[in-house]
Design a protein around this ligand. Structure first.
Ligand SMILES: [Ca+2]
Length: 253
């Protein structure tokens, strides 16, 4: 009897050990108590791709080449590289500009787009203003993004017609400004350091396609609207960036 009891106990212990071993092999969430890592700190970041839709990207890190992959590269006239918002930037002091490669990628006739750039003015513009970015010609085609005093203006043009959006001031002299232009349907929003400073949103008819080169620091004629300041990290997207994406660009280091 004692031997049979011991055998029974041994069998029971063996079965118990086997069950325990099998349970250990089951996935941890077997019983529904899923033990996933806390992902809240990554909210939205999973879907952020700051290169998606990027048509032109100028870092000016000792180079005027376009880092977007489309190679709409620029060439410099008189500008110098110096310590910028991100590593190096270009400095323009009144007779300097960058001229880039023409491409229909930058037409944006009907679709939304976003332009972001960092600008540190040496002085507030006078006269006809300072050109930040242009591809086109006033009252003819394309678009212009420029300053007038401490205000920012953005225009799109067709033959003998131009639509204007503007801020009322809002540009800070002698310090970095993170400027954003967003086309949302027929209206334009102008942001500085994430704050929407749009005064006149405008009613933009679709800009006429342009065959002109893009330019930074000077008007299309390369004889007017000379920039006086530094420019860094110019980006043009063929889509509307979300507020979260713009904030991510603003907080890049
Ligand atoms: Ca840079």
């Amino acid at each position: 009897m004692v031997k049979e009891d011991l055998t029974t106990v041994f069998i029971i212990i063996s079965i118990f050990a086997l069950v325990i071993s099998l349970i250990a092999l089951l996935p941890q969430d077997y019983n529904g108590l899923v033990n996933l890592p806390d992902l809240t700190q990554y909210e939205n970041e999973d879907f952020i791709d700051l290169e998606h839709g990027l048509c032109l990207w100028l870092t000016f890190d000792n180079s005027p080449l376009d880092k977007s992959g489309y190679r709409l590269d620029g060439t410099l006239t008189n500008t110098t590289y110096q310590t910028g918002r991100f590593y190096k930037d270009i400095s323009c002091d009144g007779n300097d500009w960058v001229e880039g490669t023409n491409n229909q990628l930058l037409d944006f006739v009907v679709n939304n787009f976003t332009i972001t750039l960092w600008y540190k003015p040496y002085s507030i513009s006078v006269g006809t203003g300072y050109m930040l970015y242009t591809r086109g010609k006033y009252n003819l085609d394309g678009m212009q993004f420029y300053t007038s005093g401490s205000s920012l203006l953005f225009t799109t043009s067709q033959a003998a017609a131009t639509q204007i959006s503007s801020s009322s001031g809002g540009l800070n002299n002698g310090t970095w400004n993170f400027l954003t232009i967003k086309r949302v349907g027929s209206s334009i929003r102008i942001l500085n350091n994430l704050t929407d400073i749009t005064n006149i949103a405008g009613n933009h008819i679709n800009p006429l396609t342009s065959v002109r080169t893009w330019k930074i620091g000077v008007y299309d004629n390369k004889g007017d609207m000379w920039l006086n300041g530094e420019i860094d990290d110019v980006r043009i997207y063929n889509r509307l960036l979300t507020n979260y994406e713009i904030q991510k660009l603003y907080t890049l280091n």
